[in-house]
Ligand binder design. Structure first.
Ligand code: NAD
Length: 244
């Protein structure tokens, strides 16, 4: 039997680098998947639920929408996120509000809506995407680090509060991953992304930064029965590289 057979999964940020990999992995391993992102037109999934996570109505109703399309909801993957760079003094009100809305408020709303659905069905799993930078803050990304610390804390709180409902809440905390988020950051700074990533690879003890599959595999593990005794864990996936 496939690992996620009969499981119903909602993935946010499904069109992104890590998100696409997560959707494919769960479907390959037997799950029915609802894919949520602003533009889902290029995705294959069992339900396509486009929308903007800065809209509270969308976030509040997305788990029920997914459950309606899939016949229930067992797993929520809070993967959508965005990165605004710079110290606090270079961060606009707009950057702050957008970062907080997507990286903190949306997973809060989605989780709040998903818990009763999962609980009524005997339990479930939520996997959040924090970051190594949410645990060990790096330089010049103050608001990004702050939001990723908040989702790490939410994970720990919910991991404790909802274990009695047989709902496990855990987070993956990647260091650098080769996705559009990282590449556009280099391009915005006028750097060639391939060259910059080659240099970055040398800073990692394992010899390369992560690819999306490295992270999707850990997300799937945290959502699976193999992680049945993990509640509120923050799992760093960093190839041996500490945040400098
Ligand atoms: N790439 C990295 O180096 C890295 C490292 C640590 C953590 N992360 C985290 O991993 C997660 C996935 O990132 P990724 O690297 O795949 O980046 P990505 O930019 O490829 O994907 C992020 C996805 O989130 C979606 N999204 C953003 N704002 C949204 C909104 N308002 N409404 C709906 N969807 C929205 C985007 O459309 C995009 O598809 C993020 O939470 C990110 O913070 C990434």
């Amino acid at each position: 039997m496939a690992r996620f057979e009969n499981k119903r999964v909602l993935v946010t940020g499904a069109a992104g680098g890590i998100g696409q990999c997560v959707v494919e992995l769960f479907r390959r391993e037997g799950a029915a998947v609802a894919a949520a992102d602003r533009d889902v037109s290029q995705l294959s999934a069992d339900a396509l639920l486009p929308g903007d996570l800065t809209d509270p109505d969308y976030s509040d109703t997305l788990p029920a929408e997914a459950a309606e399309h899939l016949g229930g909801l067992d797993i929520l993957i809070n993967n959508a996120g965005l990165m605004r760079r710079g110290p606090v003094t270079d961060t606009s009100d707009e950057d702050f509000k957008l970062s907080a809305a997507v990286n903190i408020e949306a997973p809060f709303r989605l989780s709040r809506a998903a818990v009763p659905i999962m609980s009524a069905n005997g339990g479930g799993a939520i996997v959040n995407t924090s970051s190594c930078w949410g645990i060990h803050p790096g330089p010049d990304h103050a608001v990004y680090c702050m939001t990723k610390a908040a989702i790490a804390s939410l994970t720990q709180c919910m991991g404790r509060d909802h274990a009695h409902q047989n709902i496990r809440v855990n987070a993956v905390c990647p260091n650098e991953v080769d996705t559009p988020m990282l590449r556009t950051g280099f391009e915005l700074r006028g750097l060639n992304a391939d060259t910059a990533i080659s240099q970055l690879n040398q800073s990692v003890p394992l010899g390369r930064i992560a690819n999306a599959t490295d992270i999707a595999d850990v997300i799937a593990f945290l959502a699976s029965d193999e992680a049945r005794y993990l509640c509120g864990s923050l799992v760093e996936v960093n190839g041996g590289k500490a945040v400098a």
